[in-house]
Design a binder for this molecule. Sequence first.
Ligand code: F0G
Length: 448
Amino acid sequence: MRSYKTTMVDPVRLLPREDRDAALADAGYNVFNLDSADVFVDLLTDSGTGTMSNDQWAAMMQGDEAYAGGDSFADLEAAVSDVMGFENVVPAHQGRGAENVLYGALVSEGDTILNNAHFDTTRAHVVANGGDAVDCPVEAATDMDSDDPFKGDFSLDRARAVVDDVGAENVPVVVLTITNNSMAGQPVSVDNTRAVAEFADDIDATFVVDACRFAENAHFVQQREPEFADDSVAAIAREQLSYADACVMSGKKDGLVNIGGFVGIREGRDELHEQCRQRGILYEGFSTYGGMSGRDIAAFAVGLREAVDPPYVAERVEQVQRLCEALADRGVPVYQPAGGHAVYIDANRALDHIPRDQYPGQAFVCELYREGGVRGVELGRFAFPDTDRRDLVRLAVPRRMYGPDHVEHVADTAEAVCERADEISGLEIVEEPEMEELRHFSAELRPV
Ligand code: F0G
């Protein structure tokens, strides 16, 4: 049951079928090129797309726009300290801004960085600083049907093998991404977090948590890790983050805002804090706004506290689970169990007649739009050209935005696509940008 009522509406409409076909062709069979007004249910991302509360809007009216020392920043610092336990905050315009600040300070040419799985911007920042980004997922992560409760965990066996190979002195940073976005939004246990912290300590590396979805992760811990069954989401979040030396945060996820981010740095890590502060001033803006307006910061301070409110976070994660169940009930092949923010459809199973070099994932994304005006995103070979990962389609659910009827509509739409799978053809790329890593944002395709 939702723990809020809606007092503002944003109308959406489902275009007629022939208009959707035309819009998709105009968009070059790439849904990033669609106008949002032509989309009925938008599950492209959960990042910055959610609904703010009345308390957040009220806080915005009191945003302090001072260049230095604003009240809103003090409110954000207090919220980060209370909710996440970090005493030092270097603000940034969004998560990747924070990544630039932190990884630029920590990563040098020739370093190897370990992560349970790098999100694409994280990998890009490691690489941009001359590092090698190595993923260490557990085996269960790539098993779509395993019911392991913590498929997002970090594999210490893999990490040790890498360290044996490259030498501990070349691994200055170990990152844990909670929840694990690149591994179907799966959660990470506190037990695993402790073990990773110990491992990082053993090899003298800085332990960073990518905390974008820390509250959703804490909810899973409460539900699935017996030690924490009686603890609040807020207490679990603090416990899990307490092991990290630093965190990177995108407010666009569990900050419940449309823009914003920061690096959180543990008390006592003065040198790292100072380096980040200086890089923040250079790339993001002065240390008390960092690319955000005062009103953005004010809304962020309120949103962080709302993110660990038990009825909110329970309902948020359960809505994603309901979407996953509705799809599975209709025979749509989905990654199980559901992640915290998104459901992933396996296009290699749904469209098993389309060869992988004709992008079955992107074909499924296009058909979801043509069938029901639903926008998802391909996270398979089209988005990640040099990988052997499966062709998954991510349906990311914005926070506090859609209702049960939208969930039903999305499930019905995906079912209809699966039912006429035989009629669906693959795609070929007709135009792509120079940087292959970024091609899924802007490439144009056509049916084969
Ligand atoms: N880390 C993780 C785990 C993320 O999921 C994202 C963004 C970032 C860092 C970067 O944050 O967007 O504020 O710059 N993920 C979005 C997504 C874009 O759709 O999954 P950002």
